[in-house]
Design a binder for this molecule. Structure first.
Ligand SMILES: [Zn+2]
Length: 68
């Protein structure tokens, strides 16, 4: 539990993203159980997961902002 953590970066929407990140915590917040896989990931896997997570966050932020 609590394997992934927030990394703060002003260059991404929202200013932070989860590393390595899992949907449970991304959706339900810091109190949710971490569902990141136990297997060690390669750096490429982590980068791909981070990019996917950033895309998810961008999509959710766009959704939260609603239609303009
Ligand atoms: Zn996690």
């Amino acid at each position: 539990m609590g394997r992934c953590r927030w990394v703060h970066d002003d260059d991404v929407p929202g200013g932070k993203f989860l590393v390595p990140g899992c949907m449970n915590r991304a959706v339900h917040g810091d109190d949710a159980d971490c569902q990141c896989p136990d297997d060690p990931e390669t750096v490429d896997d982590r980068i791909a997961a981070m990019q996917a997570k950033i895309a998810e966050l961008e999509a959710s932020i766009t959704e939260l902002r609603g239609p303009r």
